[in-house]
Ligand binder design. Sequence first.
Ligand SMILES: Cc1ncc(COP(=O)(O)O)c(C=O)c1O
Length: 471
Amino acid sequence: MRALGYQAVDALVERWAGLRDDVPWRGAPYQDLRDRFGGEGPAPEEGEGAAAVLEEAIRDVLPLAARVDHPRFLAFIPSAPTWPSVLGDFLASGFNVFQGTWLGSAGPSRVELMVLEWFRQWLGMPSGAGGLLTSGGSAANLVAVAVAREAAGNPSRPVVYLSDQGHSSLLRACRIAGIPREGIRILPTGPDLRLDPSRVRTAVERDRAEGAVPILVCANGGTTNTGSVDPLAALASLTRELGLRLHVDGAFGGFGVLCEKGARALDGIGQADSVTLDPHKWLFQTFECGCLLVRDPGELDRAFRVTPEYLQDTQLGAEQVNFGDRGVQLSRSFRALKIWMSVRSFGLNAFRTAVAHGIDRAEEVEARVRASRELELLSPASLGIVTYRFRPRGWEDEGPLEALNRGIQGRLREEGTAMTSSTRLNNRFALRVCVLNPHTTRKDLDDLLDRVERLGRDLAEAYRTPGERPR
Ligand SMILES: Cc1ncc(COP(=O)(O)O)c(C=O)c1O
């Protein structure tokens, strides 16, 4: 056991130490992998020996993946966990903690309560607010929508309001939670990609006049697309006035509250009725670690608690929280351990600095893009995200611009310069950079933009005249 464990730890340390010098992404099409790792054959009847299998996993399987913790992985949402987080996950697995009931895990449940209380304080939610850790932001959003429906008395014509910039998991949450298609309003945002409270008011009043029951407004505490933040304080007072709930999806940006600029951007987040956070994003935790906080955790119990006779031994009174009663999962792992270990190991200050780092680096990217004659800013830096594109002088048509920028992105990935991802804003193809990793340096980002300009010029040469497809 020790030898295998040391082998695994050695492989991890080696990977971490060499990360910067390696490429940020490796992948392969299915065809290339069909016959590997045992192929499509049956599971082996006889064991092959743990050491050999471990070696194969480390050598062949695990490297064929994006390194989302690589300093030059700037795509989607990066995730760069702390070493205590990795160890916390390892210990939680090894101790195989069952964190569905207090009876099953008194110490770990106490630690989860403690971590949730930290989050409550960071967000500025009222005392007494609480919730649970989940597998991720999607699960937290699902619980938020389901609890809103239950708290509203499960009306037959519920309406939920989303922004057109809201994360897809919110739409999926509505579907799973049984919000009928005609009760899902996707409100268009303005040019600043933020929800306009007056638009929300109009929609709610219209729905009420038609006999539907508005139950929830879902706002963004940092959209995945551009990092834009809805006017949370204004939406909180509007929803209070209108008598419906406000949920803030802070899965991507919520931990921005840990630094000054982020807290300013997220002003009002603590006034929401529920907030989704994703510690596996900007709190530097390993997957899977999401969180939902609600003003009144009793709402969760009322919405989800079911007490079958075979669990009667677990009902120990309200103080002894059964986290299995607060959401979807009964069998849950001890996710709080990694957070508790990370924050205590480094101190909160280190996390504040690490979060501020991403925001500052993204602002530098914005400044660099603005200073370039060939790069066009498509959305300003917001909570670590900037979008832009390469645009040679005289290029107007969207089609060729998209082909050119797709080409640039593909080349960046192939050559291992950086892994970035793209999106679409107002029908324009956008290159997107998301800086969450505290090891991403200003030089990494300068090098990236230099390379984008160089590749852009080279690829644009492949067009005979502006507007034509590449040769
Ligand atoms: C704003 C936002 N909400 C929800 C999610 C879904 O979170 P998860 O992937 O942890 O389920 C994401 C993930 O990127 C996100 O950025």
